[in-house]
Design a protein around this ligand. Structure first.
Ligand code: MIG
Length: 817
């Protein structure tokens, strides 16, 4: 592992003693210790639109009312703010209209919106936020502070908030540790972390956003700073939560709750949502390093169809290329890629190819030549090229922070798109370099015209690479939705790609870790995420692989992947009973596709995460802040993976309310833990009372069959509950023109009846005619069924399940005893 090389010799220790200073590690450099400076008392305020400027005579602080629930704070130590630019924020996003006023009292300046107040204390410049009732939600523990960076210029910048006794913390992306971050300290510096261990930090992504929950109330802090950044959640000092960075501005957004869900949605309002993925991308994906030559790839694809195990995505890892040169083919292994991809497509497979950032230094290679002629590759401070060894040998690296380079890069996919490639996988984009770990700090970047060294661009390099990939594919694929997946990223990456958690290990510990990481990514604004099912390195046995497939069935992104030195790792590789169970779960994934797709729509439209940890459902219960096994998939299905070998049963916590056991429809009261049997064939799955869960027939791949009817699994409740069904063409951007169908179901029952009503929105009409109703949990024997005022005579009621078919355009179903 390269971790030592990635951790620079000069570490910035955090301590909050105002008189302390930081020694650079080599006093012989003649660099003097530097003293931390703190804001003094604010002396005046000026306003410009929805921005307020406060000064202590030397430093300036900006408070920007972003919306009624979001305020951004910036610090300029010598009153000069950096240009306003952020890769995290979508371009051209209209500011959300907000209503606010400034009030000055003898003690404070106060900016108030209808939802929140931002208080700036006149004696000490401490900033705090309160809700409309005046309860303080978040307050500075110390005034904002900084240290001058003599070597590189700029400042080390620090923010410190008060940390309360029972306050807990969530978010920060892919950190491989407990879900609750209280008492821990982290660094963000995108790192290739092969076979990472529990607790290892940093990993591949930088998501400098956390959610705090204190006394049942949540708020968020998004520290939009791309330099190496650090967070301390009461680790060094139990009364302080701090975040700091090695450069850039102290610039953060206070995001109001009070619910964690509000915070996540508002974080998405700042950084954008994931576009609707192509429907096939929600199916099962099979990957390996590497499937080659083409006969091997065909054999694997045939294996799926022969074994009748559904699969949509199939991957080409680096060996498809000629000497690992991006955008080329190894003609010995793949003599006719066009035919291969077309044959696979005819059999329902979408081909996804890997593309890395390193471009081989080779004057006979057109990509290198074009990049060189146009000066697209990164350079060192003294104008030497940034060169490093990666898979192709000696490489140079495109500067993806240059918009011209991104456009060029996007165009390079033309041939792959012509060949029929449906998706692109961007790897190694931390960026990773053999030996050195990553680029040296002095590498220069164009940074969309705002210029910077690698210190500033490192954490966004991968995101800008996959952005270039996504935007290029989007142009080339005309109206089709591209599928992209990236390893590295920064806040906002969800606008361009899905992610996987990187090089995990085939161990039970990593299964548990992957479960936490996916939940954490989901609440950190990265909705489309998954792990390498089975573990990338090492050998899972059949049981571990099956348990991982079961978790993966409920990961937003479902892909099995394995390193080249491992045994074959397809869902049938372990023989029976594993093959049958793997098939059953992958089939379940396909049955629930319309539910997952609708959940994705809720994300895309409203900013809801796909996975929701228990703490998001019941944040007022402190015990739930430490639950990290069970989660809901969307808001209706609760899943609890089995995370250990030979486990015959396990405890599952169900939030308050009524739940149906998915397997036997048994009704269970929530609010407590229940013991659930966990033979290898099942994992605990529960459905919330009142849910309508839409279901498609099992297909071997998306689009294999014309959907002839949709099954509606309706779970009785004695209170009103809403569900949604979203459908569209599944592969175009027509949904942006309202060409979609969004159906809302309202379920409500009593001990004598149950009504289900439906309303519709949007301009798309699905082709199927009928729903197949399956009604579960009726507390009475149904005798009379009326749909839109007509009696239904043709129904069955067997084993407590009421079933009938009816035209999909119903308005109201009434079931009576
Ligand atoms: O140096 O492309 O995380 O998924 O199979 C290893 C080969 C490079 C690392 C990725 C992994 C991929 C592998 N890559």
């Amino acid at each position: 592992m390269e971790e030592n090389l990635l951790n620079p010799a000069i570490e910035v220790p955090f301590d909050d003693d105002p008189n302390s200073f930081r020694h650079l590690n080599n006093p012989a450099d003649g660099i003097k210790p530097i003293v931390k400076k703190y804001l003094g008392a604010p002396t005046s305020v000026t306003q410009s639109g929805n921005k307020f400027y406060f000064t202590d005579g030397e430093a300036k602080v900006e408070a920007f009312v972003f919306s009624n629930e979001i305020i951004r704070i910036r610090l300029a130590p010598h009153s000069v703010f950096l240009d306003e630019f952020s890769y995290a924020i979508p371009k051209g996003q209209e500011p959300i209209p907000s209503e606010f006023k400034l009030i000055e009292t003898t003690d404070e300046y106060r900016i108030s919106t209808p939802s929140i107040n931002c208080h700036i204390n006149k004696t000490n410049f401490l900033i705090s936020f309160s809700d409309s009732d005046g309860s303080v939600i978040s307050s500075d523990g110390r005034p904002m502070h900084w240290e001058e960076n003599v070597k590189d210029g700029g400042y080390y910048v620090y923010g410190t908030k008060t940390c309360h006794d029972n306050e807990t913390f969530f978010g920060l992306g892919d950190k491989p540790t407990e879900l609750n971050l209280r008492g821990k300290r982290f660094t963000n510096w995108n790192t290739d972390a092969y076979s990472f261990a529990w607790g290892q930090d940093p990993l591949y992504r930088t998501i400098p956003f956390y959610i705090s929950v204190n006394e049942g109330t949540a708020h968020g802090i998004f520290f939009d700073n791309t330099f190496k950044s650090h967070f301390d959640f009461g680790a060094q000092d139990a009364t302080s939560t701090s975040f700091w960075a090695d450069g850039g501005e102290l610039q953060y957004y206070y995001i109001h709750g009070p619910h964690m869900m509000d915070v996540v949605k508002r974080y998405h309002a700042i950084t954008g949502m994931h576009p609707m993925p192509p429907l096939w991308a929600l199916g099962y994906h099979q990957c390996r390093w590497s499937y080659y030559p083409e006969a091997k790839l065909r054999a694997v694809a045939n294996g799926f169809r022969k074994n009748q195990i559904p699969c949509d995505g199939i991957y080409l890892d680096i060996d498809y290329m000629d000497g690992y040169r991006c955008f080329t083919w190894n003609r010995k292994y793949f003599p006719d890629p066009k035919k291969l991809i077309a044959d696979l497509a005819a059999d329902g497979f979408k081909t996804v190819v890997i593309i890395d950032p390193g471009i081989r230094v080779d004057d006979n290679y057109s990509v290198f030549k074009e990049g060189k002629e146009n000066r697209y590759f990164c350079r060192r401070s003294d104008d030497y090229f940034m060169e490093g060894h990666v898979w192709p040998g000696r490489c140079q690296f495109p500067d993806f922070t240059n918009p011209e380079v991104r456009t060029w890069w996007g165009g390079l996919f033309d041939e792959l798109v012509q060949l029929g490639v449906a998706g692109v996988w961007n790897d190694m984009n931390e960026p990773a370099v053999f030996g050195a770990g990553t680029f040296p700090d002095d590498v220069r970047h164009q940074y969309d015209g705002y210029r910077g060294s690698h210190r500033k661009a490192h954490n966004v390099y991968g995101m800008q690479m996959v952005r270039a990939t996504y935007e290029g594919l989007r142009k080339l694929m005309k109206n089709k939705r591209p599928f992209t997946i990236t390893r590295a990223g920064y806040s906002g990456l969800q606008r361009y790609a899905s992610v996987w958690t990187g090089d995990n290990v085939a161990s039970w510990e990593h299964l548990a870790l992957g479960n936490i990481q996916c939940q954490r990514l989901s609440m950190s604004g990265v909705p489309f995420c998954g792990t390498d099912i089975g573990g990338f390195s090492g050998e899972p046995d059949g049981e571990l692989f099956t348990r991982w497939i079961q978790l993966g069935t409920f990961s937003p992104f479902m892909r099995a992947h394995s390193a080249g030195d491992t045994k074959e790792r397809e869902p049938w590789s372990f023989g029976e009973p594993f093959t049958a169970i793997n098939r059953k779960f992958i089939e379940l994934r396909y049955r629930l596709l319309p539910y997952l797709y609708s959940t994705f729509w809720e994300h895309h439209r409203y900013g809801f995460p796909i996975l929701r940890p228990i703490v998001m459902q019941e944040q007022h219960v402190l015990k739930n802040h430490f639950r990290q096994d069970e989660f809901t998939y969307g808001d209706k299905i609760l899943v609890c993976p089995v995370l250990g070998p030979g486990q015959a049963s396990r405890k599952v916590y169900l939030p308050k309310g009524k739940w149906y056991n998915f397997w036997d429809n048994g009704l269970v009261d929530g609010g407590d833990e229940v013991e659930v049997a966990t033979p290898l064939e099942t994992i605990p799955i529960f459905v919330k009372a009142g849910s309508v869960i839409p279901e498609y027939p099992v297909q071997q791949y998306v689009g294999q069959k014309e959907i002839e009817e949709v099954k509606l699994n309706i779970y009785y409740s004695d209170f009103e509950a809403n569900s949604f069904l979203f459908e569209d063409y599944g592969e175009t951007f027509a949904y942006e023109q309202e060409i979609y169908s969004e159906k809302k179901f309202i379920v409500n029952g009593s001990d004598a009846d149950l009504t289900i009503s439906q309303s519709m929105e949007g301009l798309y009409t699905p082709r199927y005619e009928n729903y197949n109703f399956s009604i579960i949990g009726l507390p009475f024997k149904p005798l009379n069924i009326m749909i839109d005022n007509k009696w239904v005579t043709n129904f069955t009621f067997i084993n407590g399940k009421l079933e009938f078919r009816h035209n999909k355009n119903f308005k109201q179903v009434k079931i009576m005893k």
